[in-house]
Ligand binder design. Structure first.
Ligand code: PEP
Ligand code: MN
Length: 334
């Protein structure tokens, strides 16, 4: 990884003193920048392991003392904020479930504001994207915490094990100044996919990674399928291929010109398509025909997907674009 890249790693949950100290010691040897472990776990089912709770804060403090690594944990309430900071936790993170609720995030931000005022320094907070694909809510949460005086970074953890790259690109577009970290563990839910996703994060110029690492993943009390060993993390990181921010030369500029010209043609055709759609809308109105003609749309979709796959395009992306075009066409006719 780039020297300046951030590498956050540690178990999904703090399970025991021994597990935390072993993980922290092994990860310090790997050279991670921050040790993570969930103390209070927001689990879907009440029957699942809910985290070791307050007791685990002292294990994190001990891990920090032993290894010198700063430590991070998830906070979901103002009480968590106070307890974690009091125990010496260096960095807090807001999980995806909490991130879906702006009232909860504001309460956390208010608790952080109090600490920032009394310490006269900022608290570092990592803000995960919400469980649903919503770039605006993610950006709003970041703003709430910044207004409270926190130093914020964003964590992209996908939605329902789908990457939703567009959501992260939108965050980058609107807030290029915010550090962006990929969490391949929650994004995929699958330890096998972590090397590929870490490489994609580097290729997409992310600022770092947050990876779930457990000394014995198969024994983990939560997220066992997505955790890897410290040794595996070391291997993955050492095999990452890095790209450099080199000069943009004439060859790339010429290719970009071709893209711009192709886009000009595509958008002119879309504008033309909408003109035709308007005319069809007038016809349907004049003849009392319904706007939605589902047989025609099914036929169109089938034909286009078939053509597209024969021409090397992905069927899902073709469906996605055609659905959006069709929805907009219907809107023009209503
Ligand atoms: C976590 O990082 O342990 C966690 C619970 O993640 P998320 O909120 O992304 O599901
Ligand atoms: Mn987890």
């Amino acid at each position: 990884m780039q020297n300046q890249s951030i590498l956050i790693a540690g178990p999904c949950a703090a399970e025991s003193r021994e597990q935390i100290l072993t993980a922290a010691r092994e990860l310090a040897a790997v050279g991670v920048s921050l040790f993570r472990a969930g103390v209070w776990k927001p689990r879907t089912s009440p029957a699942s392991f809910q985290g070791a709770g307050d007791e685990a804060l002292s294990w994190l403090a001990e891990a920090k003392r032993l290894t010198g690594l700063p430590v991070a944990t998830e906070v979901a309430t103002p009480e968590h904020v106070d307890k974690a900071l009091e125990a010496g936790v260096d960095v807090l993170w807001i999980g995806a479930r909490t991130a879906a609720n702006p009232i909860a995030v504001q309460e956390i931000a208010d608790a952080i504001r109090k600490t920032c005022v009394s310490r006269k320094s900022g608290v570092e907070v990592l803000v995960k994207n919400p469980v649903n694909e919503d770039a605006s809510l993610w950006l709003g949460n970041i703003e709430r915490l910044e207004k409270a005086g926190a130093k914020v970074a964003a964590i992209h953890r996908g939605c329902n094990h789908k990457p939703c790259w567009a959501m992260a690109f939108e965050l980058r577009r609107q807030r290029p100044d915010v550090t962006l970290i990929l969490d391949p563990s929650h994004l995929s839910g699958d330890a096998e996919k972590i090397p590929m996703l870490c490489q994609q994060a580097m290729d997409l110029n992310y600022d770092g990674l947050m990876v779930e690492v457990h000394p014995h993943p198969e024994e983990a009390l939560s997220d066992a399928k997505q955790q890897i060993t410290p040794h595996r993390l070391q291997e993955i990181v050492s095999q990452l291929v890095l790209r450099k921010n080199s000069q943009i030369d004439a060859e790339l500029l010429a290719l970009r010109k071709q893209i711009d010209e192709t886009d000009d043609a595509i958008w002119s055709l879309i504008a033309h398509r909408m003109e035709v759609v308007e005319k069809i809308g007038d016809y349907k109105r004049a003849h009392g025909l319904p706007v939605l003609q589902s047989n025609r749309f099914s036929e169109l979709m089938e034909r286009r997907v078939q053509w597209a796959t024969q021409n090397g395009l992905d069927a899902d992306i073709v469906r996605y674009i055609l659905n959006a075009l069709h929805e907009e066409s219907c809107r023009h006719q209503l």
